[in-house]
Design a protein around this ligand. Structure first.
Ligand SMILES: [Fe+2]
Ligand SMILES: [Fe+2]
Length: 369
């Protein structure tokens, strides 16, 4: 993969020109979900192959080209010109997960409420992750910013790996007992496909900026308080969510940086969050939880909602802990690395020596663009 040098970065067009080029060529790209994906191949520089399987929607993604690491360390001058805010490498190894002994109802502290809260995300996230990949792949060749270009391909690879891991868990442990989830996932795939066609491309990107904000918030505070959110957790499931969280933190600003690169506005960023909550997150989560509780026979039990309220809104609750960070999304000067997650990534690497031998934290760049 040839690295783009400083000359390319300095001569790149401004956000308005990029957005115009983006719009003028987007008619064939907006419907890229599913079959159209194969009609336009990723840029040669991407070095990333992707295939959707009919059964799991699994994504097979080749590793990034070795020369990608040269781009990352490619001189302070070009680093200072980049739109990227990402201060860490995005090349973590992919663990193996054996879900054979996992109980979908009890894996989180023996609690169906706590387990199902995260099971909803396990069912919801692969579609969103695959949708992000097929939205970003066609535009990566237009990102004439070496660091951001490389991080976009690494972002796609990581999301593909997350989607694959969760799809395996879903297929093995979740879908057999909760078959209606597959129907919901199928409906969402068609909704995402329609959204990718109907929405302006900057709004599509804004949706993923909003998704990445949520995943990063849950990841940051979940890694800070594993004993509160994942006490007495099944070790395999804990490893899955911990690894996913670390990678979400490492790449949390990639979509935001791409969005800025193409001239995304504050208004469209906020609109992306509103659309995400109204069309995807709230209906997707509530419908799944209702179904999972009903299937387990706990839908009408007050203890279910008492436990859920406590898990979400107690002093260490999931939503209460992340609420201030959620509000931070609406600041004019928002960028995902306003909340520094490097200590959490480093701590995970020190607990996983294989990971630290592959990647070491880098100093934060200061794009100021
Ligand atoms: Fe992910
Ligand atoms: Fe992500």
């Amino acid at each position: 993969m040839p690295c783009l040098g400083l000359r390319h970065v300095v001569q790149q067009p401004g956000p308005d020109q990029r957005a115009e080029a983006f719009r003028s060529s987007s008619s064939s790209e907006q419907g890229v979900l599913g079959t159209e994906l194969h009609e336009e191949q990723p840029a040669p520089a991407l070095e990333l192959s992707l295939a959707l399987s009919a059964d799991l929607g699994a994504v097979a993604v080749a590793p990034c080209h070795p020369s990608a690491s040269r781009c990352l360390s490619g001189g302070s001058e070009s680093m200072n010109k980049t739109y990227s805010h990402t201060p860490v490498p995005l090349d973590f190894p992919v663990p193996e997960f054996d879900f054979a002994g996992c109980d979908a109802r009890r894996w989180n502290g023996g609690s169906a409420v706590k387990s199902h809260f995260w099971n909803t995300f396990s069912s919801l996230l692969p579609n969103i992750e695959f949708c992000a990949i097929v939205t970003l792949l066609p535009i990566v060749k237009r990102i004439d910013d070496a660091k951001l270009n490389m991080e976009t391909s690494q972002f796609c690879r990581q999301e593909g790996e997350h989607g694959n891991a969760h799809s395996r868990f879903n297929a093995q442990r979740l879908h057999p007992d909760y078959p209606f989830l597959t129907r919901m996932e199928s409906w969402e795939r068609s909704l995402f496909k329609r959204l990718s066609i109907w929405l302006p491309l900057n709004w599509n990107l804004a949706l993923f900026v909003a998704v990445e904000h949520w995943t990063a918030a849950f990841s940051h505070f979940g890694l800070q308080r594993p004993d509160d959110w994942f006490s007495e957790c099944d070790p395999t499931m804990f490893s899955l969510w911990e690894w996913h969280a670390v990678e979400e933190l490492a790449h949390k600003s990639v979509c935001f940086d791409i969005f800025r690169y193409f001239g995304g506005s504050y208004f469209s960023r906020v609109a992306g969050m509103v659309l995400l909550l109204a069309l995807i997150m709230l209906p997707g989560i509530f419908a799944r939880m209702a179904y999972l509780f009903w299937k387990d026979g706990i839908f009408f039990k007050p203890a279910t909602y008492k436990g859920l309220f406590s898990y979400l809104f107690s002093r260490t609750g999931v939503l209460r802990t992340t609420f201030l960070d959620f509000l931070g999304y609406f600041r004019l000067g928002y960028n995902p690395w306003n909340l520094d997650s490097r200590p959490l990534i480093s701590a995970w690497e020190s607990r996983n020596p294989v990971a630290s031998s592959v990647s070491a934290p880098q100093p934060a760049s200061s794009p100021d663009k």
